[in-house]
Design a protein around this ligand. Structure first.
Ligand code: MN
Ligand code: MN
Length: 315
């Protein structure tokens, strides 16, 4: 049986065809898949501008421009792995807690079939139920987390589950191995000058944006790989880690962020790790009429597919 393949631009014009990620068949039985690209349309956890519920739809729309081969790394993810778009989680637009439960159940189901989830968010709240499911299967995981924010608030407006709290809950629930967590891109104003220190107290390496300005992140990624290696790793990429010049379509933008080439260096630098799942969250396309935020997100998700275990990489 041949692996599911994206529909090519010489078979069907790029502006036509199905609405799946990269126009994959979208029909595969989980039993025959290695990787599921899955949408989680959800934004009830946002604290400022909503709209991440439209992330999966617009990422899929912009992904029509992607071709199957990575010209930089020579990765051929669709030849190496059986990858398909398995659709969206049926979130509850009226109930955050019920949505979080539904997301966890959906990922339990995917993981029970040994399918690796690559997620299109959705706001960052969704990382909590995804990590709950992943930790049930793999135990506490290491994490490469790209974001302007550490997302380790104890609560937001009194709520324990929101898009700024998932990694505090994940530590409390023993879903993360703190000594194998790196957070990259943190910046902006805080509520207190020691806001980033809680992460460091858990063993996380926190790379504030000033450490990234004006330079290649290839050397940093050597350190990151050393830190997170030795067990399963999850990649969580909040699009607001990028500078708003490149990714304006998001709910809580912060100035002076990562460049797109730096984002590629980070993801490509994860090659060789035991990646058990990834997400790309916080794309709120309604604030970006150019579509560039969703286009960038689609490319970053593609790059994540290219570094999954089992994909050969020759750069
Ligand atoms: Mn976040
Ligand atoms: Mn953020």
């Amino acid at each position: 049986m041949t692996n599911p393949q994206p529909l090519g631009g010489n078979e069907m014009p790029r502006f036509a065809g199905s609405g799946t990620f990269m126009r994959l068949p979208g029909i595969s039985d989980l039993a025959h898949l290695d990787v599921a690209v899955v949408g989680v349309p959800f934004d009830l956890g946002t604290s400022n501008r909503p709209g991440a519920r439209y992330g999966p739809r617009d990422i899929r729309a912009e992904s029509v421009l992607l071709r199957p081969y990575n010209m930089a790394t020579r990765a051929a993810p669709f030849d190496s792995l059986r990858i398909d778009d398995t659709g969206d989680v049926a979130t509850n637009a009226f109930n955050l807690a019920d949505s979080v439960d539904r997301i966890e159940m959906h990922y339990d189901f995917l993981l029970a079939h040994d399918v690796k989830p690559v997620t299109m968010g959705g706001d960052h709240t969704i990382a909590l139920p995804i990590l709950r499911a992943i930790a049930k299967k793999h135990g506490p995981v290491g994490m490469v987390h790209i974001d302007a924010h550490t997302d380790i608030n104890d609560s937001m407006f009194g709520e324990k589950v929101a898009h700024g709290t998932p990694f505090r809950r994940a530590v409390e629930e023993n879903l993360l191995d703190g000594d194998r967590v790196v957070q990259i891109g943190m910046r902006g104003t805080g509520y207190a000058a020691d806001d980033f220190d809680w992460s460091r107290e858990q063993g996380f390496r926190v790379v504030q944006i000033e450490e990234c300005w004006h330079k290649s992140l290839v050397p940093l990624m050597e350190e990151v790989r050393e830190k997170v290696a030795g067990g399963p790793v999850y990649i969580s990429f909040d699009i607001d880690g990028l500078d708003p010049a490149f990714a304006p379509g998001t709910g809580t933008p912060e100035v002076a962020g990562l460049t797109v080439p730096q984002a590629l260096e980070i993801i490509r630098g994860c090659h060789g790790l035991d990646i058990v799942g990834c997400d790309l969250v916080e794309v709120a396309p309604i604030y970006d009429t150019s579509g560039a935020t969703a286009l960038t997100a689609a490319n970053l998700l593609y790059e994540m597919l290219c570094v999954l275990p089992g994909v050969e990489y020759r750069s």
